[in-house]
Each structure stands twice: as C-alpha cells, then as structure tokens.
Unconditional design. Sequence first.
Length: 240
Amino acid sequence: MEHSRGIWTSTADVDLLLRLAGTGFDWLALDAQHGPVDRAVLHAAGRALAGVHAPFLVRVPAVDPAWIGAALDAGAAGVVVPSVTGVADAERAALASRYPPLGERSWGPFPPLWGGKASDPEVANELVRCWVMVETPGALDDVEAIAATPGVDGLFVGPLDLALSLGTSVDALLDDHDPQGPLARVVAAAERQGILVGAFAGSPTAARRLRAHGIGFLAVTTDSALLTAGVRAVLEDDDA
Ligand code: 3PY
Ligand code: MG
C-alpha cells in the first residue's frame, strides 16, 4: 500500500493555499465541488502554486469535461471527479483528462499566460492522474469496470456520500471488513487493475481506519479542521 498524505482545502485564499502547500503534506486538493473555487480562483491558485514542491489536485464540481480541462490547464497534477454514477461517467472523466490520441482534452494550458512553460502533450498525458470517486451505489456496482477503464488512474472513495447513498453511517462503512463489503470491493478492484486507491479521511483517526482497509492515498485533514485543532490546542495550552 502506497502511503501518501494530503490536505483537503475549501478556500479561495491563494496565499493560504501556498502556505499550506509548504507544511509537509505530500499534496493539496482544492475543492471546487463544495468549496468557493471558481475558474478565476483556479487561475490564481495555479499561478501561486506553480513550481511548489507539493502538487495540487482539483476536486472538480461534477463529471464535467470543461472543468476537468480547466483544472489541468491551471497546472493541477490531477483531478478528483465526484458523483460518478457508473462506468460511462468514468469514461467521460478519463477522456477529458488526456490529450488525443488517448483522450479528448483540448489544448489551452495557463502557464504561458504567466511566463511559465506548458508541458508537452505526451508528457502531460503520462503524468496526469484521473481519480474517479466511488461514492454512489452506481459507481460501486460498476467498480470493476471503472477500475478497468483506460485512463482511470485511481479510485477515490468519498466515505460521506457513499455512506449516505448506501443508507448506512460512515462509522459502519469504515468498520465493515467483510471481503464483500464496499471498501473491500473498491480496494480489490483497484488492486486487480494495478491502479491507485485513495479516499477522503478528514481526520487522522479516519485515516487510520481507512489504512486498515489498504487505502493509503489519503486526504488526512482539511484546512478548517487544522484551524479548529490549532485553536483548541492554543486554548488548552494557555492556562489563563
Ligand atoms: C465524500 O466523503 O463524500 C466526499 O466527497 C469527501 O469530500
Ligand atoms: Mg462526496
């Protein structure tokens, strides 16, 4: 299991993103589904994060080729595509992530706009990572076919929506170690195809429980959880 720790962010503040990118996490995810990240923020974030050691991913708002292209144009190392309902959605996401002949991505990288260099299309196709979220019953039903879809580089579990849509709780989902259980099925499908498997954890506790399923690429915390933890630590430490 490959261990990689990321931070999930829901902010439009690019200076904060830049600071978070230097804190030691392996990667950063910008949430354009539930966070205030619009196309202008994407542009500013791409510019601020260009050349920063930790790569950034963008969780796009939907299975939307235009947004997938824009996130990659901004310099994202990959996209996390939410609300996938089955293999057809996964195919659209994969095609949108790569230039022809592998896919249908359109040419329009942003770095030349700020004096940077665009990647060669072949290099971009080689390096990009298209993560498909497994967070609906349809995606779970099709998980084998999704994992086998050319251009899908990883399965990314959304435990909150997956639990909600399966009519269970996040705790029950994370505690379910049945080999036919949802998380085991996702991990087995990814392993069978030799692709990555990741998840949103949101806390170190949830990260430990996800690692116990063999899921190592994890969003371990969020920007707002870090703020809360920091405030709590200071107030507990200060004995006024
Ligand atoms: C989920 O758990 O559903 C997510 O999308 C995490 O952000
Ligand atoms: Mg979700």
